[in-house]
Design a protein around this ligand. Structure first.
Ligand code: F6P
Length: 366
């Protein structure tokens, strides 16, 4: 009997529940069980790494509070719903200011956990890698709406978030056009421009501003004025939360720092909307899409990828491919060593994807 513990860490997003469902279903599949030399038990850990730190393995009430046994009946409908039914947190057991890694290791052993499947982005997977180095069997499943994880062409949540951006921009068009206004739409994405770039491209936005290239405010206004001169009634500007005006720093909501050392971006849309209104003499409004981008039901793509990632994670357990992350590469599900992908960001490659003159997606595919 092998005990698998699944957890979700970092920001929630659609697709997490599907991955939990498919790890559980594949591990407990009675049909597949006949051809395996091991039997599985699956436990869901509540609230990410926090659950494994807070749990008192010797106390049954505490175990029920932090751990939930998963079975096929329980997870049957989960893939239809956004968020994570296990809960999540941004808890970093290895935070040098508050190191709880010893408790974590002790609890994993006491609970008899044989493998941990961690579903998350760089932060969550960096903990999985540290545990792997300490001899714990771990497997990662990539998730982040930011799309900035190295080693995979897809991260859960990205497509659902893109669909939110596209739908909201579609809605803004009618009101923007009716009033002859400019709208600045702020997307998430931290230091990576993927969400803004792909969201802007699929919604046909006029200008897309991403963190990878500090932008020139005069140039942005010239581009908008050029559209106005052509008689176009309105413009949509997409700006990534981490984008910055040339010579200025990115804008943060406050000074608070989370357990992994991150600050919350936010506010660039308001700042540039003010500039644009002054410089173009056109009424300009802004919208911060914020956590709406992480809400709602998973898209078809996220449901499919969650299914394949979940199934692949169990295959990896059976093949003893530990210390690795499931990955989607060139149309194939495969895996990569955690060691090679953590602590780095996959940013937008300007040469390949971005038109630095027109501040938009590149008009050359190859
Ligand atoms: O990493 C995902 C993400 O949604 C970022 O795009 C965003 O900057 C951040 O999380 C917001 O975090 P929180 O949910 O803690 O406000």
């Amino acid at each position: 009997m092998m005990k698998i513990a699944i957890l979700t860490g970092g920001g929630d997003c659609p697709g997490l529940n599907g991955a939990i469902k498919w790890v559980t279903k594949t591990a407990l599949d009675p049909y597949l069980e006949n051809n395996r030399s091991v039997k599985f038990e699956v436990l869901g850990i509540r609230d990410g790494w926090k659950g494994l730190i807070k749990v008192d393995p010797d106390n049954s009430k505490s175990r029920t509070q932090h751990i939930i046994p998963l079975d096929e009946d329980l997870v049957r409908t989960w893939d239809r719903y956004g968020g994570t039914n296990l809960g999540t947190s941004r808890t970093n057991p290895y935070n040098p200011q508050n190191d709880r890694s010893e408790i974590l290791l002790k609890n994993i052993t006491k609970l008899g956990i044989n493998v941990i499947v961690a579903i998350g982005g760089d932060d969550t997977l960096s903990v999985a890698y540290k545990l792997h180095k300490s001899g714990i069997k771990t497997i990662g499943i990539p998730k982040t709406i930011d799309g900035d994880l190295l080693g995979t062409d897809y991260t859960l949540g990205f497509d659902s978030a893109l669909n939110v951006i596209m739908e909201e921009v579609d809605r803004l068009r009618t009101t923007a056009g009716s009033h002859r206004r400019i709208f600045v739409v702020e997307t998430m994405g931290r230091f990576a421009g993927w969400l803004a770039l792909r969201g802007g491209e699929c919604s046909g936005s006029s200008i897309i501003l991403i963190p990878e290239l500090p932008f020139n405010m005069d140039r942005v206004c010239d581009l908008l004025l050029e559209r106005k001169r052509r008689g176009i009634r309105y413009s949509i500007v997409i700006v990534a939360e981490g984008a910055k005006i040339e010579g200025k720093k990115e804008i943060y909501k406050d000074n608070k720092v989370d357990d992994f050392g991150h600050r919350s971006h936010g506010g660039i849309a308001a700042c540039i909307a003010e500039h644009i209104e002054k410089m173009t003499h056109t009424e300009t409004r802004f919208v911060i899409l914020s956590h709406l981008q992480r809400g709602g039901a998973p898209s078809a793509r996220d449901r499919l990828m969650a299914r394949w990632f979940g199934i692949a994670a169990v295959d990896m357990i059976l093949n003893e491919d530990f210390g690795r992350m499931v990955s989607y590469s060139l149309g194939t599900i495969t895996s990569v060593p955690l060691k090679e992908i953590i602590g780095q960001l996959k940013l937008v490659d300007m040469n390949k994807h971005y038109d630095t003159e027109r501040y938009n997606g590149k008009r050359a595919i190859l």
